[in-house]
Every structure is written in C-alpha cells, then in structure tokens.
Design a binder for this molecule. Structure first.
Ligand SMILES: C[S@@+](CC[C@H](N)C(=O)[O-])C[C@H]1O[C@@H](n2cnc3c(N)ncnc32)[C@H](O)[C@@H]1O
Length: 289
C-alpha cells in the first residue's frame, strides 16, 4: 500500500477528470485498481489533512485512465471487472461486458416464475460472463441450470465467476452451438433464456469504437438483418422446452415485432414484448403452446 496525502490525491483526481470521461468510470477505476471505495472518496473531503492508502501509484492509475480516454479501452476490461445487479464479475475481452438493461431479464423471470419457485430446470444460451445464469442460480438455489456458449474462453470466465459468487453447484457449463450441447435435455426445460448476438451487419460497422474495437464480434453480430441467431434459437426451442415452458429473448431495439412473429410462427403463446427502462421493446417472451 502506498501512502499519499489527501490534498495531493484530490489535486491529481481533479487533473485526471479534467482530461475527460465520467465520474462513475473514474470511481470504478479507483475502486478496482486503487483500492479506494466511493465511501472512502466521500470521506476525503471532510478529512483533507489526513493520508490515504492506494494499492497502485498515481502514475499507473493515470496511465490506465488515459488508455480509457484516448484509446477508447472500456474501463471494465482495463479493471478486469464489472458490476451487474449485485454481482461483481470478472470480465476480459473474451466476453461481452454485461449491460445494465440486461439486468431486467432477472426481473422478467421473477414476474413469470415468482420469487419462491419450486424446482425448475433452465438453460441460458450464450452465457458470456455468466451474469444471467449466475444471478438465477443464486436467486433460486433449488433450480438446476445449464449455461452454454460457443466460446470455451468465455465459458472459463463464466465458470470462475460462478465459483467466486456461489458456494452451490446448481449450474453447469457446456460448450457448443446454441441448442447442440443440450441434445440430451430435449423436452426437459422449463425455461430457456438468451441474449444472443443481434446487431445487424450495417449497424455493427458503425458501432462506437469502445464496442467495435474491443468487445468480441461473435457476441454482437447477428448476421445481415441481426436475426440470424434469434431465428435459429426460436425454431429449435420447441424441441427442448417442456409444454408451457418459457423462452425469454433479448433483442435489438427495433426487433420486438419481428421476434414476436417468429414466436407465433413456431406455435408460442402468451407472447409479450417487454420494455426496458428507456421504453424500448428490448425483450420478447413466449410460452411453448
Ligand atoms: C450478446 S452476448 C451475451 C452474453 C451474456 N449472456 C450477457 O447477457 O451479457 C452473446 C453470447 O453468445 C455467444 N454466442 C455467439 N454465437 C453463439 C453460438 N452459435 N452458439 C452459442 N453461443 C454463441 C457469444 O460467445 C456471447 O457470449
């Protein structure tokens, strides 16, 4: 630990923020790399004469901040972590940084299954960092879940995140293309969830640098119209879901109606387009018959 006067630290902090960026990202950097929590930061203003202790020196922290500001490196990758719901998850550039809007998937599950649900079997297709599956496995200790991904490196991160967040063993991890790893669970799933890659090709090309240059293309690109993976997931879902089993999908802001039509075509009922906090039809859900 390095000791430094609060005055010097606050001067340095002001200088860093004057270069650009937002307070939240800077506080995140200080917490993850510097070992200074937001609570510690708030105390500094009332104790300006004291000293604080940092895990890393100011030059190093400043260089990370500049990498974020000037090279568009996502702060979560630089810090190796992100917060999602009440989880702290390890992230590397092998996994998509789980987005705040995706947190709502867990609330959708609460709504359709209740907070205290009996034993149930779920699968998440394309788990990435494991965020959704881990949150569900923790919320519902009686449930059994399988989290899949095509990318073994992503699965390794998801497994680590599960071990770091849970003492339980109600979640398994399988590698493979969408439903393929679930061959032996045909007709057995009560619930399937996916936030698949859904960005259409032309939009992918215009994504902000911090996304396009750093996050895995395989986690974002959904073919020419963005629906390539969603189509495949919906078409095969009836083979794997139990009768009345639920499918919950995240989609691009303007895909809700198309996803709804795909669900109708594949004999789903109780279909609903669920809005996110910005009023965007971000999720489409349905029940198999
Ligand atoms: C948009 S990311 C979602 C990650 C995570 N579930 C989340 O919500 O943050 C899509 C995930 O699907 C995985 N994926 C892409 N193509 C796949 C395929 N053909 N089969 C299985 N998973 C795939 C990617 O590796 C990535 O982890």
């Amino acid at each position: 630990m390095l000791s430094i006067s609060v005055k010097e630290f606050l001067f340095w902090k002001k200088k860093q923020l004057s270069k650009g960026g937002d307070n939240q990202s800077f506080s995140f950097l200080l917490e993850c790399k510097g070992g200074i929590s937001t609570g510690d930061l708030n105390l500094l203003n009332i104790e300006p004469e004291s000293n604080i202790y940092l895990k890393e020196n100011l030059d190093y922290l400043g260089s990370i901040w500049e990498d974020h500001l000037f090279n568009f490196f996502p702060i979560q990758y630089l810090c190796g972590a992100t917060f999602w719901r009440d989880l702290k998850l390890k992230v590397t550039d092998k996994v998509l940084i789980p987005r705040p809007e995706t947190e709502l998937i867990i609330d959708i599950v609460f709504k359709i299954c209740g907070r205290k649900s009996k034993k149930l079997f779920f699968a998440e297709l394309g788990t990435g960092s494991g965020a959704i599956s881990i949150a569900l496995a923790l919320e519902y200790p009686l449930w059994e879940g399988i989290a899949t991904d095509i990318d073994q490196d992503a699965l390794e991160i998801a497994k680590k995140n599960y071990i770091n967040s849970s003492q339980q063993s109600n979640l398994r991890f399988y590698c493979g293309h969408w439903w393929n790893p679930l061959e032996s669970f045909k007709g057995k799933l009560d619930l399937a969830i996916s936030n698949p890659p859904y960005i259409p090709e032309d939009i992918y090309e215009k994504l902000p640098k911090e996304v396009k240059n750093f996050e895995p293309k395989i986690a974002l690109l959904g073919g020419q119209d963005g629906l390539k993976h969603i189509r495949e997931i919906i078409q095969k879902a009836p083979l794997f879901l139990k009768e009345k089993g639920w499918l919950i999908l995240e989609n691009h802001f303007d895909q809700g109606e198309k996803v709804k039509q795909l669900l109708i075509k594949n004999k789903f009922t109780s279909i609903e387009i669920v809005k996110d906090f910005s009023g965007i039809g971000r999720f489409t859900i349905g029940r198999y018959k």
